[in-house]
Design a protein around this ligand. Structure first.
Ligand SMILES: [Zn+2]
Ligand SMILES: [Zn+2]
Length: 359
C-alpha cells in the first residue's frame, strides 16, 4: 500500500492510501475511486487560489468644450454640496439637504462623463409618482402632501462609475441529499454526502457604483435597476434644466465596491445550480476578473427633502422609471385620533347593546 499524502479523505481529512483501484481511508474506513478523488482535488485547487481583479485604469477627461451649454457652479451654504448645472436654473433648493437655496458661482471646470441616461420622467410625472407612493403611507403628516413643498424636488444627474468585466469563478460546496422511507417496523433516513464543484464564466455589463459622497449609497442602490439601453454618449445639452453632481469618489476608490458586487452576484448565480441538493454549504470560492472596463456615467434622479418635527426625510425618484425610494414617518396625532374614533365607535355600539338589554 502506497500513502498518497496530497490526497485527503473527503469525509474526515485523514490521508488516503492506494488499495487496488481505490483509495482507502484507514481512519474512517471509507473507499473512493481514484478518479473521483482526483476530480475533487482538482476542483479544490481551482477554487482555493487567490481571487484576482483586473481593471483598466481610468483616465479622467476634463470638460473643456462647454459650447454645448453654459454651465455654472452651485454650492449649498448649509451642507457644502458642490454641484454643476445649467446656468439658467432659477432658485433651487439644495437637493442633498433641503435646507437652503443653492447659490450660483463661477464654473470651475468638471470632468466630462462618457455616458448619460437622460431624464425620461419629467417633473410632473415625478410628482405624480411621489403622490401615488405616499397614498400607501398610513397616518402621513400633512407636510408630505404639501404641493408647494413637493414641487421643490430637483432633477440631479448623479455620477456613477459603470463597471464591465468577465468573471471566471470556481466554487466548491459540501452538500447533502436526504431520503426517508419506512417499513412496518422502522423509519429510515439515508443521508448522501456530496462534494460539488462548479466552474464557469459570467459576463457583467454596467455594474453601477455611485461616485458621490453626498448621495446615499443605500438610496442609490435601492433606485436600481436602470435600463442601460437608454444610455447615450454624453452631450452637455442634456443638462439643460438639471443639476449635475460631479464625482468625489474616484474610480479607483469605487473598485472595491464593484469587486464585492461582482463576486456576490457570481456566487449567487452559481448557487442557483445547486437546487437539487439540500444543506448546501459553500466551501471555497475563487473569482478572476478579466477585461475590466470603467466608464463615467450620469444617471437621472429626482431628489426631495421634507422637514417634519426637526428631521429631514429624504426621497429619491428614479428619473428613468419613476421608482420612489424613501421612508415616511407616522403622524402620532393622526394615529391617536384614529384609534379614539374606532374606540369611540366601539363604545357607542356597546352602549346601544346595553340599552337594548336593559329594555
Ligand atoms: Zn476518512
Ligand atoms: Zn445642502
Amino acid at each position: 500500500m502506497n500513502a498518497i499524502n496530497s490526497y485527503k479523505c473527503p469525509c474526515c481529512g485523514a490521508p488516503l492510501v492506494f488499495s487496488g483501484e481505490e483509495l482507502h481511508c484507514d481512519a474512517c474506513d471509507n473507499s473512493f475511486p481514484a478518479e473521483i478523488i482526483k476530480q475533487i482535488s482538482d476542483g479544490e485547487t481551482e477554487a482555493t487560489g487567490e481571487s484576482s481583479y483586473d481593471w483598466e485604469h481610468y483616465e479622467p477627461r476634463s470638460y473643456e468644450d462647454t459650447s454645448e451649454i453654459n454651465l455654472a457652479g452651485y454650492s449649498c451654504p448649509s451642507c457644502g454640496a458642490q454641484v454643476t448645472g445649467d446656468d439658467t436654473l432659477g432658485a433651487t433648493v439644495c437637493p442633498y439637504c433641503g435646507q437652503s437655496t443653492i447659490v450660483k458661482g463661477q464654473f470651475e471646470g468638471t470632468l466630462r462623463p462618457d455616458y448619460i441616461i437622460p431624464f425620461k420622467v419629467d417633473k410632473k410625472a415625478a410628482i405624480e409618482a411621489f403622490e401615488a407612493d405616499f397614498k400607501n403611507a398610513p397616518f402621513l403628516p400633512d407636510e408630505f402632501k404639501n404641493k408647494k413643498k413637493i414641487e421643490e424636488m430637483a432633477g440631479v444627474y448623479v455620477p456613477f462609475w459603470m463597471f464591465d468585466c468577465d468573471c471566471e469563478a470556481a466554487i466548491t460546496y459540501n452538500a447533502q441529499r436526504v431520503t426517508m422511507w419506512s417499513d412496518t417496523n422502522f423509519n429510515y433516513t439515508k443521508t448522501d454526502y456530496y462534494k460539488l464543484f462548479r466552474m464557469g464564466k459570467v459576463g457583467f455589463a454596467n455594474i453601477p457604483v455611485d461616485g458621490s459622497k453626498k448621495a446615499d449609497d443605500a438610496y442609490m442602490e435601492a433606485l436600481e435597476p436602470y435600463n442601460y439601453n437608454d444610455a447615450v454618449n454624453f452631450n452637455g445639452a442634456y443638462l439643460s434644466g438639471y443639476l449635475a453632481d460631479k464625482y468625489d469618489v474616484s474610480a479607483d476608490e469605487s473598485i472595491e465596491r464593484a469587486n464585492e458586487r461582482v463576486k456576490n452576484s457570481t456566487v449567487s448565480e452559481f448557487d442557483d445550480t445547486t437546487g437539487m441538493y439540500v444543506a448546501v454549504y459553500p466551501e471555497h470560492a475563487k473569482v478572476a476578473f478579466s477585461n475590466g472596463k470603467v466608464r463615467y456615467s450620469l444617471l437621472p434622479v429626482w431628489m426631495l427633502n421634507i422637514k417634519y418635527l426637526d428631521k429631514y426625510y429624504k426621497f429619491a425618484i428614479n428619473g428613468q422609471t419613476g421608482k420612489v425610494v424613501g421612508e415616511y414617518p407616522v403622524d402620532k396625532g393622526k394615529k391617536w385620533k384614529y384609534f379614539w374614533k374606532i374606540a369611540g365607535i366601539g363604545y357607542a355600539v356597546a352602549a346601544v347593546i346595553a340599552y337594548f338589554m336593559l329594555h
